[in-house]
Design a binder for this molecule. Sequence first.
Ligand SMILES: Nc1ncnc2c1ncn2[C@@H]1O[C@H](COP(=O)(O)OP(=O)(O)OP(=O)(O)O)[C@@H](O)[C@H]1O
Length: 266
Amino acid sequence: MVEPNANEPVIDFRHVTVIKENRRILDDISLRIEADEHIAIIGPNGSGKSSLIKVMTREYYPIADASGLLTKIMGEDVWNVFDLRKQLGIITTDLQITCLLETTVFDTVLSGFFSSIGIYDIFDVTLEMKVIVLEILKFLGIDHLAFSSMTKISAGEARKALIARALVHDPKALILDEPTNSLDMKSIFQFRKTISKIARAGKNVILVTHDLADIIPEISRVVLIQDGKIFADGKKEEILTSENLTKLFGIPVTVEKHGEYYAAFC
Ligand SMILES: Nc1ncnc2c1ncn2[C@@H]1O[C@H](COP(=O)(O)OP(=O)(O)OP(=O)(O)O)[C@@H](O)[C@H]1O
């Protein structure tokens, strides 16, 4: 198994172009995320955010003949996909839908060890795995829900259970694709606190969102994506401006800062 190098950039992509159905859905993207960085990726619907994440998880592959192409993750070019998924904890809305089964929170988190949906008799579940699951549930403050069904807890709690599932392998980075979709204000508030706690615990947070309010204070860098290209990349304070967001979304947008958080109005 590839052991990640903690000092190497988590992501070092250069000249990444992905073509699907004869269209460049990612167009010459270069993006380097340092070992200690937390970033937010923002862009309109269809701009290529999820596709970029899929290049990170090796679900999408860039065209191989691009000059200077590099797709290093934690210093390595070549990854076994199973090893890679242990290092990159991923939470998507699709996963939330897939995991909403009549299964307990505990088993949902445990299933992260097997990259499965549900737990089956053939799995070799160890005591150590169970201890890790309980520790993570405690860390995220949902241990009291361990034996509740995923279908009987709130959307915010279910989202935390998925984060717990992504953490079982102690990944280097946590990738969140639109994590607060369909959560109410209280759940969003609690969710942000959880992500802040994980960021402070030393995991890279890579957040894909439409909502500036998801950008936790620990995130200092923002990347804007438009039409498969990087439109702007830099310090949060410099990138999150009304002018940039107006150009990015093609509508008048006003960005305001409230304490350590941002909000956009259109
Ligand atoms: N497998 C595929 N085959 C064909 N087209 C694809 C494929 N995957 C993505 N696309 C197209 O690439 C573009 C970018 O899609 P992507 O899902 O990356 O955008 P996004 O920024 O994540 O959008 P959203 O905010 O709506 O989730 C879209 O036009 C999408 O239809």
